[in-house]
Design a protein around this ligand. Structure first.
Ligand code: FPP
Length: 237
């Protein structure tokens, strides 16, 4: 398909892995595994349409409330994803980024995601931003603390007003552009603490498709929707 406008940054809330598994009489973990395959498809179509940045909500600051077996399964899938896909990701020119709080992530997970980010740092085609132990509120608070610490260090008065442009440098997603399109699968219509700052003027696309079933057609449907939106950014035209 041909599109007149392509979003610079798509954020995806990959919901419905559990329901997909339940429908098939499989374990929830199998739903997450099928979800990882849907990420492969998404990145391939994103490369084709030259979508510069994709943020994937893989594990939120609230997902620790899930049973430890499921938490471990998601992180093991992430490790497996990097181990089995890194060469291909490298060949395709995809840059890997991590957004989220590092403190609760295991040494192994940090080693993998940091290693993948380092290995792909010069890649220019598209960015796949894995949001792990990510929460929008936590990101904003931690950004504020870090900007104040930097100001203290360089003796800038702490009460000097902070401009949005300056603040954005302290978000986990830096240097990614604002989100143009937020996609949430599995019929839920909530933001769930995802990229709260970055979605200020995003268009929202909700689909009943469960994440493991998401593919080319679903993304094209979202791009058709995006192209049809008249974006005014608070102005009149
Ligand atoms: C939401 O579905 C999904 C998650 C919380 C985890 C997302 C993880 C993946 C897509 C796979 C992990 C792999 C990599 C490579 C990061 P849900 O479990 O809440 O589904 P439900 O609402 O139907 O139960």
């Amino acid at each position: 398909m041909k599109f007149k406008v392509i979003p610079s940054h798509i954020a995806v809330i990959m919901d419905g892995n559990g329901r997909w598994a339940e429908k098939q009489g499989k374990k929830r973990t199998e739903g997450h595994r099928a979800g990882a395959t849907a990420i492969d498809r998404l990145l391939d179509v994103a490369l084709e349409y030259k979508i510069p940045a994709i943020s994937l909500y893989a594990f939120s600051t609230e997902n620790w409330k899930r049973p430890i077996t499921e938490v471990n399964a998601i992180f093991n899938l992430l490790i497996e994803f990097i181990d089995t896909r890194l060469d291909d990701i490298q060949k395709k020119g995809i840059r890997i980024q991590h957004s989220g709080n590092r403190s609760k992530l295991s040494k192994k997970v940090l080693e993998k995601i940091d290693g993948a980010a380092k290995a792909t740092q010069k890649n220019k085609k598209i960015v796949a931003n894995f949001c792990l132990n990510y929460g929008g509120q936590e990101e904003i608070l931690s950004g504020f603390h870090r900007i104040q610490a930097a100001r203290k260090e360089s003796r800038v008065p702490l009460d000097k007003p902070i401009s949005p442009k300056e603040f954005e440098k302290y978000l986990y997603t830096h240097p990614l552009p604002p989100v143009d399109l937020l996609i949430r699968t599995a019929g839920e219509q909530r933001v769930s603490n995802f990229l709260l700052w970055q979605i200020a003027y995003a268009e929202f696309f909700f689909t009943n498709t469960l994440w493991p079933d998401f593919g080319r057609e679903s993304l094209e449907e979202a791009l058709v929707f995006f192209e049809s939106r008249k974006r005014k950014f608070g102005g009149l035209a």
